[in-house]
Design a protein around this ligand. Structure first.
Ligand code: F6P
Ligand code: MG
Length: 475
């Protein structure tokens, strides 16, 4: 595409990249999990017409898996009436209708989820069915210890902020900055737990990643940390008394990550570092765990009656005769406090959900200013646009094989300096692309145990253990 970076993209044919590992090992598992989920819903379904249609979708998903595993050509996306069909198919044609193991990674992975989606969108009874919903809610429920720990922390914090009033002392400012850094770090590491990686991580691994001790220990794993500069931008807008101070969050995953995103959003609003937070969810089931508007509603529903959410046995628990432990009154009250706060912010229009189909297009964000002008203009009104997670980072940088010491501001091309958009990426590394490192830093990481050595594979960057927090001042 004319607006893309000229640096070559990662390809599924490159055996040393995570693109190849993803296509070969992870995608078939993800499709199989989708089939299992649908199979379960079809068996529970009592309407014969709906059941038959569900069976047809299962066959389509099985065919998709077959085509992937047998390296068949990618077929055009069937027309389900959405405007992006032409975008996907035009690009497919420009790529010369490639096969699964010889195609840009970013395009093919987006195509995979869009293609899955057509099986549902073209149906009569399963149009809005989210084949990943069960996994998302199950993982959120299993992150109970960290959810409770953070709820208590959040309540303390908001109560302190409220008692502190409008103090402008130096200590107040210092405390505000420290809290901002802490909230952003919580929000960052919440991204280490996305479900598409669950094919290699256990629930126990995920729980370990979520606690506060784990977070402190992981601070040294943030390779680039521009949070100080980001805070200065927000602080300046606040001190200047700017009336509307908006922060946008381009969301990534539902469940625990959305929960920590809301912790950050709530903190920004309570502290006055923002007066409005705009959340950008996806519009179709995406990369397994990404947030759909319904996931936002499901999270608030869980918090409105936390005892019911945590104490009602799940289907798996019923099968194993397990009874979940009771939630204490104190824990329930703290979760209830979150519900009060967030639902009030939502009701008062300080917290807004704003979906846009652009987020599930196949291309990188290099295309944003030319392809989706109104969204681009809208983002310019924000003090800071926070892009969460790995996929957003891949899209910002064009998922291209940059030299890792390339400045972030250069790698994001048209969204860099002069774009009018202040961009902050909060990303735990789960793919090959990385920029903004110091010269020699990549080599040091490659030399660590399991880091990839001289195999040509940047393995250290695949596991979610390391992170980059990069800021580009665009105004
Ligand atoms: O690396 C695994 C992977 O599924 C990538 O394909 C994708 O970029 C990413 O994880 C999704 O992670 P996130 O939810 O952080 O965007
Ligand atoms: Mg995701």
């Amino acid at each position: 595409m004319e607006f893309d970076t000229k640096t070559p993209p990662y390809l599924t044919s490159d055996k040393s990249s995570f693109a190849y590992v993803s296509a070969r090992d992870r995608w078939p598992v993800i499709i199989t999990q989708a089939i299992d989920d649908l199979y379960r819903s079809v068996s529970e379904c009592e309407e014969p017409e709906k059941q038959n249609e569900g069976k047809k979708i299962i066959e389509e998903l099985a065919r998709l898996k077959y085509e992937l595993q047998h390296d068949r050509q990618l077929t055009p996306i069937r027309d389900d009436g959405a405007a992006d069909v032409a975008i996907y198919n035009r690009e497919l044609e420009q790529l010369g209708t490639p096969s699964w193991f010889n195609v840009p990674w970013l395009f093919s992975e987006c195509y995979l989820y869009r293609r899955l989606n057509t099986s549902f969108s073209l149906s009569k009874h399963w149009k809005t069915y989210d084949v990943f919903y069960r996994q998302k809610i199950k993982t959120f429920r299993s992150s109970r210890p960290a959810v409770i720990e953070l709820a208590a922390r959040y309540k303390d914090l908001v109560t302190q902020i409220k008692n502190d009033g409008n103090s402008t002392s130096a200590e107040h400012d210092e405390a505000e900055k420290i809290l901002f850094l802490e909230m952003c770090e919580i929000c960052l590491w919440g991204n280490a737990t996305d479900l598409s990686l669950l094919t290699s991580l256990t629930y126990e691994d995920i729980q370990k990643l979520q606690g506060s001790e784990a977070r402190k220990a992981a601070e040294k794993n943030i390779l680039v940390n521009d949070l100080g500069a980001t805070y200065d931008v927000l602080k300046k807008a606040k001190s200047e008394g700017k009336k509307e101070r908006r922060v946008d969050i381009v969301l990534d995953n539902a469940g625990f990550e959305l929960y920590v995103d809301l912790i950050l959003a709530g903190f920004l609003l309570s502290s006055g570092l923002a007066t409005l937070v705009v959340l950008h969810p996806k519009s179709i089931p995406w990369f397994v765990s990404d947030v759909l508007p319904a996931d936002f509603a499901a999270l608030l529903n869980a918090l409105v009656n936390p005892k019911q959410f945590y104490e009602t046995p799940s289907d798996d628990e019923k099968l194993q005769d397990k009874i979940p432990s009771a939630l204490s009154d104190k824990d329930a009250a703290e979760l209830g406090f979150l519900f009060q706060e967030w639902s009030q912010m939502y009701a008062e229009g300080q917290l807004i959900l704003r979906p846009n189909r652009f987020w599930t297009y196949p291309g990188s964000y290099w295309r944003l200013p030319s392809v989706e002008k109104s969204l681009y203009e809208d983002l310019k009104s924000s003090e800071v646009v926070i892009f969460k997670g790995d996929l957003n980072y891949r899209k910002l940088t064009g998922d291209a094989a940059w030299d890792p010491s390339t400045p972030f501001t250069e790698a994001i091309g048209p969204l860099g300096p002069g774009s009018g958009v202040n961009v902050l990426a909060l990303r735990t590394c789960k793919a090959d692309v990385v920029v903004g490192l110091k010269p020699g830093q990549d080599e040091e990481l490659l030399a660590t145990e399991g880091g990839g050595g001289d195999s040509g594979a940047r393995k250290w960057a695949w596991s979610g253990k390391w992170a980059v927090v990069s800021f580009s001042e665009g105004k």
